[in-house]
Structure formats: structure tokens, C-alpha cells
Design a protein around this ligand. Structure first.
Ligand code: G3I
Length: 388
């Protein structure tokens, strides 16, 4: 514990407000309210999580880092890890076959090193954001199955080797499963199927290649909706068991944590727990909590980043607290990453029109009450030190 006095002072200062925290969450609140915990407001999430050994991360937009002063300062000051939101995806790093562009990823790594932050590399193998030369739709390709397997091997080894020593966690494989637990049909599953192999066989290969290229990096499988017990989470659990039984070098399971208040809060802790029971680390890798937002006045079809209802806003705050508390309850949960800094950076409005306000800072980079809630959770937590 680095700053015990400060922490204790913070907890004492909070004693009065902490008792009323749940009432504050349940009551209708003004989404534009400023952070109401002055004793904690000056402390970063990363500093508050440090005594527990939990890393707090953020997905970073390459075009904002260094370009927007306030954004850059918050990324550097609040978080102990960073994830490139898009800069290390295949279409970014290899836009033409054999032509690599490491510039944006390298800039993020340099910034992280300058700020003493760890980097979660995201992502080596995915069906989405592939360059057109490889697959225009994530499924079809002009290459033969044999060629695709070799292209995958070269890509994984080249990228992991380029960043050898710089990456703390790699999201080696992203989103390989459907909601019903079956393998997602992708250029990778179909190549392996055509080779007479298990359609998910590319996962074991990718982990082995990544481990060969950087034996120190921790290797993760990363997916969404693993938070809820159901066919997908069950299939991911079975997959993890198979990989471990086969001696595949997998270290962790990434729970993305893209939540919406229109659905119930998941049984997240139980799911984190059952993967941890396999001997894996677990991480919340892409947390955001969206809700219905108010329409923009006199602009049909356009939306603000203001929650439409007080209930939706209150639910968002409860969900944020719930995700962090679930992670804290499981000692193998080693990192907690939010998917973007501010509502103005979020992918949500583009994909779910009418939903948004999903992050911890608003469109103008002002802290939202959700951020104060997370600070309170960390400051008052008696969570066990993390097990890595
Ligand atoms: O780079 C181009 C730019 O040149 C062009 O002018 C612009 C026009 O639309 O598009 C830009 O590409 C966008 C890219 O983000 C970079 O900003 C794509 O359109 C856009 O679709 C892409 O969205 C990203 C999305 O992954 C793609 O699936 C989001 O920013 C990113 O937050 C999101 O992240 C994923 C995780 O990687 C995996 N889990 C789910 C999560 C949310 O979808």
C-alpha cells in the first residue's frame, strides 16, 4: 500500500457519504451533476485501486492521444493500463499484405511507457476489422485455407514480435463464439473446417504462436456476454477447459462488459468465479453501460448524451458499481478497463442509435457521477489483493 494515510483520510472523509451511497444511486439524479466527493475527486482510479493490486484501464483513441490536451491528461492521470481501441487491429497494422503500419500502436506504447502504464494489446485474431485484401466481410477470402492458416501464423508472430516486451496482456482471440455457444462462422473457422480441422482449432494455434513470439505476455481470450450464465458463457468455459487440458498457453479470460440498462444486471461474479476456478486470470476488458438517451431538440433522429430518464441514469450507476464490485470480489480479477474515456468517444451511438451516455466522462470531458461512485467503491473496498 503506497499511501496509507491518504487512503485512510479519504475513507474517513467518506464515512458520512458512503452510508447514503445506495440512496443516492436509487434516487433520481441530475446526470450533469458534478463529482460530489471532493475528498476523493483528486485521487485517480488507478491510485485508489493500487493497494488492491487491481489495474484500471481505458481504451484509447489514437487520434485523440496527444491531440486533445484534456483527453491526454486524463488518460495519463487516471489509469494504470491502456488498450488501443483500434490501432492494433489487423486493418490498422497491415492495410496491405506485407505492408505494416505500426505508427499508431507504437505511439500508444511510447505514451504508456512515459506514463508508467501497462498495455493490453487488442486484438490479434478477430473476424472484424480485417483489411480488404484479406477478407472484405470477415468470412470470404480469395486465399486458400492453407494460405489463410499461414497468413494467420505470420500475422500473429510478426505483431507479437514487434511488440515483444511492451505488452502486458494480449487479447489473442476476440469473439469466436455465437450467442448459442456454437463457433462463429468466420474466415478463420471456415479455413480450419476446410482443412478438416476443428473450426475453433485456430484458437489453440494462435495462442501457441503468440506465446512463442513473446513468452512473457499474458494471453487472453476476449468476448462479450460472457457476463451472463448461458450457452455462450458455458461454451467459453468449455473452450477454456479444453485449451488448458491440451496444454495451450492461455492465461486469462476477458469479459468485455458492454452492458445496457434495458437488460438485467448479469450474474457476473459467479461467471468470473467459475473461470477463475479453472486457474485462469479474469479481467473486465471493455466496460461501458449504455442507456436510452434523450433526443436532440428539433433534430429528428439525433440524440444527446443525456439519459432519457432518471431511472435509466440510476440503473447505469448501479451497473457501474456492480461491475467493479464483482471484479473486486474475485481475487483473480486483475484488471478493469473502460471502453473509451468520454461519451463523445464512445462507439455506442454509432451502433445503437438512441442509446448512449455509456462512459465515465461526458461529451465535454467532465467527470460524471458514475466516476465518483467507482472511486467510492475502491476507497471503501476490503477486497483481497489480486492473485496473478
Ligand atoms: O478509420 C476509419 C476512417 O478512416 C473513416 O473515415 C471512418 C468513417 O466511418 O471510419 C474509421 O473507421 C472506424 C474505426 O472504428 C476507427 O475509428 C470504423 O468505421 C468503425 O466501425 C470502428 O469502430 C470500432 C469497432 O470496434 C469496429 O468493430 C470502434 O471504434 C471500437 O470501439 C469497437 O471496439 C470493439 C472491440 O474492438 C471488440 N469488442 C466490441 C467493441 C465494440 O464494438
Amino acid at each position: 500500500m503506497k499511501h496509507p494515510q491518504t487512503l485512510i483520510a479519504g475513507i474517513l472523509a467518506l464515512a458520512v457519504t458512503a452510508a447514503g451511497a445506495s440512496a443516492a444511486v436509487a434516487a433520481p439524479a441530475d446526470p450533469r451533476a458534478v463529482d460530489r466527493s471532493p475528498a476523493l475527486a483528486s485521487r485517480s482510479l488507478a491510485a485508489l485501486a493500487e493497494p488492491i493490486g487491481l489495474e484500471i484501464g481505458v481504451a484509447v483513441a489514437a487520434d485523440q492521444l496527444g491531440a486533445d490536451r484534456k483527453y491526454t491528461k486524463l488518460v495519463a492521470g487516471q489509469f494504470s493500463t491502456v488498450t488501443p481501441e483500434n490501432a492494433m487491429k489487423w486493418e490498422s497494422v497491415e492495410p496491405q499484405q506485407g505492408v505494416f503500419d505500426w505508427a499508431a500502436g507504437d505511439a500508444l506504447v511510447a505514451s504508456a511507457e512515459a506514463n508508467g502504464q501497462l498495455v493490453r494489446g487488442h486484438t490479434l485474431v478477430w473476424h472484424s476489422q480485417l483489411p480488404d485484401w484479406l477478407s472484405p466481410d470477415g468470412v470470404s477470402s480469395d486465399f486458400s485455407p492453407e494460405e489463410l492458416r499461414e497468413i494467420l501464423r505470420e500475422h500473429v508472430i510478426t505483431q507479437v514480435t514487434h511488440y515483444k516486451g511492451d505488452i502486458w496482456h494480449w487479447d489473442v482471440v476476440n469473439e469466436a463464439l455465437n450467442e448459442d455457444g456454437t463457433p462463429r462462422v468466420s474466415v478463420w473457422s471456415e479455413a480450419y473446417r476446410a482443412l478438416g480441422l476443428d473450426p475453433l482449432g485456430y484458437i489453440a494455434d494462435a495462442f501457441r504462436w503468440a506465446h512463442e513470439a513473446d513468452p512473457e505476455a499474458k494471453l487472453y481470450y476476449n468476448d462479450y456476454n460472457l457476463e451472463f450464465t448461458g450457452p455462450k458463457s458455458n461454451a467459453a468455459h468449455a473452450l477454456a477447459q479444453d485449451l488448458l487440458a491440451d496444454g495451450v498457453p492461455i492465461d486469462g479470460m476477458g469479459f468485455q462488459g458492454h452492458l445496457s440498462t434495458q437488460y438485467g444486471f448479469p450474474d457476473l461474479e459467479a461467471n468470473l468465479d467459475r473461470f477463475a476456478d479453472l486457474g485462469l486470470e479474469v479481467a473486465l476488458t471493455e466496460v461501458d453501460v449504455r442507456t436510452a438517451v434523450a433526443p436532440r431538440k428539433n433534430h429528428e433522429g439525433e440524440w444527446t448524451s443525456t439519459p432519457a430518464t432518471a431511472e435509466g441514469f440510476a440503473a447505469q450507476r448501479e451497473y457501474w458499481v456492480g461491475t467493479l464490485e464483482a471484479c473486486l470480489a474475485v481475487p483473480a480479477c486483475v484488471s478493469y478497463t473502460v471502453w473509451g474515456l468520454a461519451d463523445s468517444n464512445s462507439w455506442i451511438p454509432g451502433v445503437f442509435p438512441g442509446e448512449g451516455a455509456a462512459l465515465l466522462w461526458d461529451d465535454h470531458l467532465n467527470a460524471k457521477p458514475q466516476l465518483a461512485d467507482l472511486r467510492e467503491v475502491l476507497a471503501t473496498s476490503d477486497a483481497a489483493p489480486r492473485v496473478r
